[in-house]
Design a protein around this ligand. Structure first.
Ligand code: NAD
Length: 282
């Protein structure tokens, strides 16, 4: 996927963010900074990645005992993306440890249903979802963009394509383009991510900083499976509204993220990539 540089991933302790962390390591990135509120879960993901590296290191061992694999540097940060200070500190620290920041994946997010619909939505729930999904993405994007704009572009290994200064992938959703019942706050944030992405991409397209959105469809992660209300609503929708008639796996979404992050999408900015089993084509 041409992602040799350094990646920073929010929401990296679970689901799609975790799958992205695996993806960057497997595809040979030089380093990954993993951000999440849950420290314990982050430590687990770091252990998984270390095990992955030592396994692939052994597989790549040359007969004379030398190893061809280069280690991916793994840094973890317990960060609540709603805290501007925590975000800025973590992003700056990762950039300083790595020497640069090439790919940012804004996967941290929460979802919630409003029983009875928007008329009965709690103000606290509305505010919390906006804070995490939309403002958190803005905080990370802003902190990372300041660094990316000041760094030298890296050269794409793919047939001499124009250089890339940095690439940011924001998490929207199928709910960034359609509405779903009892999900007003979540849907509003995911539409908001589309506007943030399009506008921010215009700001820096000519500078080689690319900013895109990914729109996952129903995907099997703790976000969708741990809440019985969300899981039940989703199962019903999947059987009728998803042309592929199945949920996606986190690794299938991560592949879309890696494409948008890396050199193969060198002419792609301000776009929205749906990875949704056909949901939004109907
Ligand atoms: N799973 C789906 O069906 C689906 C569909 C469309 C979009 N998405 C989006 O994909 C992204 C990842 O979702 P997922 O399904 O992997 O969910 P998940 O619950 O498995 O993972 C989300 C991660 O974000 C972290 N997080 C939550 N609040 C945070 C905060 N304030 N600060 C830092 N980290 C925080 C959680 O601890 C968790 O590790 C989200 O933005 C979600 O809206 C998911």
């Amino acid at each position: 996927m041409d992602v040799p540089g350094f990646a920073l991933i929010t929401g990296a302790a679970s689901g799609i963010g975790r799958a992205c962390a695996h993806g960057f390591v497997k595809e040979g990135s030089s380093g990954v900074a993993l951000l999440d509120v849950s420290l314990e879960a982050l430590e687990n993901v770091r252990s998984e990645l270390q095990a992955l590296q030592s396994k692939s290191g052994k597989e790549n061992d040359a007969p004379n005992g030398t190893s061809h694999s280069s280690e991916c540097q793994i840094e973890i940060y317990q960060v609540d993306v709603t805290s501007e200070t925590q975000v800025v500190n973590a992003v700056n620290d990762a950039a300083s440890k790595f020497g640069r920041l090439d790919y940012v994946v804004n996967a941290a997010g929460i979802a919630m249903k409003h029983a009875g619909g928007v008329a009965f939505a709690e103000t606290n729930d509305w505010q919390r979802i906006i804070d995490v999904n939309l403002t958190g993405t803005f905080f990370v994007l802003r902190a990372a963009a300041k660094i990316m704009l000041n760094q030298e572009p890296i050269r794409s290994s793919i047939n001499g394509r124009p250089l890339q200064r940095g690439s940011i992938v924001n998490f929207s959703s199928i709910q960034g383009v359609v509405g779903i019942a009892q999900s007003a706050a979540y849907t509003a944030t995911k539409h908001g991510i589309m506007g943030l992405t399009r506008s921010a991409s215009e700001d820096y397209a000519k500078d080689g900083l690319r900013i895109n959105a990914i729109l996952p469809g129903y995907t099997e992660t703790p976000l969708t499976t741990k809440n019985p209300q969300i899981l039940e609503a989703m199962k019903q929708r999947v059987s009728t509204a998803v042309p592929m008639e199945r949920m996606g796996q986190p690794s299938e979404i991560a592949d879309g993220v890696l494409y948008l992050a890396g050199g193969r999408s060198s002419f792609v900015t301000g776009s929205a990539l749906a990875v949704d089993g056909g949901y939004t084509s109907r």
